[in-house]
Design a protein around this ligand. Sequence first.
Ligand SMILES: Nc1nc2c(ncn2[C@@H]2O[C@H](COP(=O)(O)OP(=O)(O)OP(=O)(O)O)[C@@H](O)[C@H]2O)c(=O)[nH]1
Ligand SMILES: [Mg+2]
Length: 410
Amino acid sequence: MTSMNQTPRSERLHIAIFGRRNAGKSSLINSLTRQEAAIVSAVPGTTTDPVKKSMEILPIGPVVIIDTAGIDDEGELGEKRIQMTMRILDQTNLALLVLDPEQGIDGYEEQLLEQFQRRDTDVIAVGNKIDIDPDVTGGQAWAREHKVPFTAVSAVTGEGVDELKRLMSDVAPDDFFQPALIGDLLSPGDAAIMVIPVDKAAPKGRLILPQVMTIRDVIDHDAYALVVKERELRAAIENLQTPPKIVVTDSQAVLKASADTPKDIWFTTFSILFARYKGDLETLVRGAKALRDLQPGAKVLIAEACTHHPVEDDIGQVQIPRWLRQYAGGDIEFNYQSGGDFPADLESYDVVVHCGACMLNRQEMCARIAKADDMGIPIINYGVFLSFVHGILPRALEPFPLARMSWEED
Ligand SMILES: Nc1nc2c(ncn2[C@@H]2O[C@H](COP(=O)(O)OP(=O)(O)OP(=O)(O)O)[C@@H](O)[C@H]2O)c(=O)[nH]1
Ligand SMILES: [Mg+2]
């Protein structure tokens, strides 16, 4: 488990290394991290499954580095490895494409580049092995032709690696570092009240990560965080000399908290804050609108990013199916998917309902939302769904004008 003092893995910049077998991908990771993090050998196909390592790379900061299997792998197993490598693409914020002068450049590199461009993923071409082949003009020309930044290294001697790090820090997407959680809604001195029910579902003796992150973001912006259970909310608001700027509640307490919060105070849920932080809130809100047209016989995909044992009254297995059947006024076909895969055959579904994605990084959740949206399949997440079924979604969107507009469109 991640300790509270570390940047959670899903919030780190994900840098993945791609290229052919034996290009020196694993060696480059070791060189970047100055550790024996990955196994290196002269046998092609040494790295089989993607390997992730969380680390600090200066001057970039906390990152996850991902080693992948060669894109030119062969045979039935090789096919599977290539699929795993392709899946890593969806999580990647910054791609390093390793070029091997011993093997040359052709179709494989072009294929990868096309995949990066399709996802708008930033990429750097890295000409490796300059210790044995110092002539980098081939790689350089190829990179220039494809408008990709290029730098040359030796993963074995370490030559050029500092320059590569500088380039990585330049190219790394700026907006990655500033996804707004709540701080952009607050001015210094504003009060934000967090409503956290302490019921049997709450972990003993602590708060959960989304709550902790929200409180931290409030104080980072020089505002005040006041944390209460739902029963104390009304008195807390009345006793403040200046009304709070916003009340944020756990979805379980949303009805009571909404009733106890005066209409002129912003009111939203942790789930909505995280829906914006993790993904594309506007598209998720359009997904909620599509629920209104759900007919009996519809096919719904429930997608969860991690596998967990379903609990009594499990939200994905029990609550959402019950609500949706009620909503549609008849039976609905549910399919479940959990873990790393997001199915490619989304076309057969009328709606996708996705979990809150605490285990996914923003890049991957946005890629999933975009995939569904591109196919014209409405997608909604648990957080937006809960506000919708409780009838408080328009209110919970008041602080977010774009999402509010997407709710009000025709
Ligand atoms: N001379 C030299 N050899 C290198 C360099 N980088 C990697 N190698 C060698 O190339 C071979 C393959 O290196 P790896 O790092 O395992 O390559 P990989 O891309 O991870 O290979 P797979 O895991 O099989 O896909 C090893 O024998 C390395 O020592 C380099 O910069 N210079
Ligand atoms: Mg390797």
